[in-house]
Every structure is written in structure tokens, then in C-alpha cells.
Design a protein around this ligand. Sequence first.
Ligand SMILES: C[S@@+](CC[C@H](N)C(=O)[O-])C[C@H]1O[C@@H](n2cnc3c(N)ncnc32)[C@H](O)[C@@H]1O
Length: 303
Amino acid sequence: MDFQPHEPCPCGSGDLHNDCHGPILSAPPHKQLQVAQARYASGWNQNAERYKAQGLYHQLALNLVSVGNIKKVFDIGCGLGHGIEAIKSELPPLQSSIVGVDENPDCISGAVKLLGLELIPMAHQRLKSKRQLSGQFSIEVRKGRIPAPSEISVINADMLLRDPQFEIWLEEQSPFDAVTMWFMGVHKARSMTKIYNEIGIHSDRENREALERRQLELASRLLHTGGVLQLVNRVVSNDIDSYRDTLVQEAKTKLTGSGLKFSSLSTFQYEEPNNTGSIRVSTPGLDVMGIPTFATSILALKA
Ligand SMILES: C[S@@+](CC[C@H](N)C(=O)[O-])C[C@H]1O[C@@H](n2cnc3c(N)ncnc32)[C@H](O)[C@@H]1O
């Protein structure tokens, strides 16, 4: 089917086709996943730099350490490392360690650069993708040992992919004081991956929900008693005080039976970048222009 570059993208994102799926679909088929991952990383960099300039990452890090005694953190979907950078600045020097994971190799390269790490291929380039005859991409793990952790370790791993070697490595690093997940989102070719189709995910929202369930399961397993789960999302609202009650109720429902207990929900107002290519708050069917944006941070403690 032919799509017009300057018409809204049929995916419903509200972006022009040219700024959304257009460049991915017009790339050679075997390159489409790579193009989507690279575009996502450079788009998210615009968001992250804007959030950092407003002090948002720092506020979220302060919110995390407010529970006290945080030294060992596992960050899911670390992106370009801006969250790790902020958390690190709030942890006791020389006594702390942070492990960040991300499925997107371009995000991992960005994090390696931002955090001043030495490139370790067995940690930073662990996943390889292959286009199959069906047209879907399979994601495979390269063979080889994951290096021992250092003060900051970032690992190229997909938290929805079966990866026994990484699971064992993570168990060896546990218990953690905190399992964080800030602003979960994914590139626009995720629907072309085998794993997305096998799990039966059909939208960004379902992808985020699957990762939230995964974060909960990992937190129940890897945190020590009293350890904290922090989940940060973006919301738009003209009446955040009323919306807050709904968000607290939703969080408590999700935590039911997990062994974690709701502790607090904090909201931080901030501004999104408005440049082309940045990753917009996804609210299908709603024109979010002019509506205030908030980062919501849920803290839950392992009982
Ligand atoms: C919107 S970015 C947020 C990055 C970072 N947490 C921050 O606050 O700047 C979401 C990140 O989650 C990563 N991600 C999405 N699905 C993932 C998965 N299944 N496993 C690991 N990382 C994933 C994406 O590649 C992306 O870098």
C-alpha cells in the first residue's frame, strides 16, 4: 500500500508518515529493524536531554533514594543512560552499583558514551537480529560470558526474550535494593519482531503492560525485603489531583499478590520537547496539545 509522506501515519500516532513509519518502511527490508532502532535512540535523546535540562531525572532519582539505603540498582530499559546518570549522582560513591539493560543496541551505545564506559562487546552487543523468510525479525543472543559487573554495567538484553544466561547472571547479582523502570517505550518496528508476535502484543500499550508485569516479577524475585520497585510513566492531565486517585488504585491493583506493597505515588510536572523526531506521549485518539504533562513515580516495597 502507498502512504503519503506528508499525511498522518496510518499507525494512529498522530505524526506524519514521513516522521513515523515512512523511513522504516522505505528502508531495504533487512535494514528496517536497524533503522527503527536508530531513529528511536536519536528521537529519545531529544526527550532525555530536554528532561535532564529541566531537572526531571534528578527529581526522579531523589524520589527513589528518599526510601533510604539504596546502593544496588537494576534499571530496566535504561535507554541512553540518563536515568542511570541521575541515580548514580545520588548514591554513595564507591559503595554503589547499577546494572542497566536495554534491547536497543543504539540506546546501549548512547549509554556507553554518556556514562563514559569502555565498550565491552559481550555486554553491549549481545543481541543480534536476523530477518527470516516470513519477513519477521528473530532476536538471538550471542554466545559468550557476560562480564562481571562494575560500578555501572549496561547490558544489551531484551527483558521479554527467554535468556537463561542473563537470568542466571542477574540472580548472581541479587539481592538489589531497587528495580527501576522509567518511561518504558519501544521503537516502531517492534511489531516486525518474532517475539512481539509470539507473546501476542499488538500495541505500545500492551508492550508497556507486559514489561510492567515483568518488572514486578523481577522485583519480587531480585529485591531483598524492604527493597523498592520504582515505576515511572508519562501522563497528560488537566486535573492531576483527581487523576492521582485513579493512578493509585490502578497501581494497588497491579501489585495485588506480587509480594510488594504500594508505598507512594509522586507526580512531577515537566515539558515535552516539541521538535520533530522526539518520542511523543502516546495517547491514541487524544489531542494532547496544551494539556500539562507529568511524570508519575510509583514506589512499592517488598514485604
Ligand atoms: C523511552 S526509553 C526510556 C529510557 C530511560 N529509562 C530514560 O528514562 O531515559 C525506553 C527504553 O526501554 C527500552 N526497552 C523497550 N523494550 C524493552 C525490552 N523488552 N527489554 C529491554 N529494554 C526495552 C527501549 O529500547 C528504550 O531505550
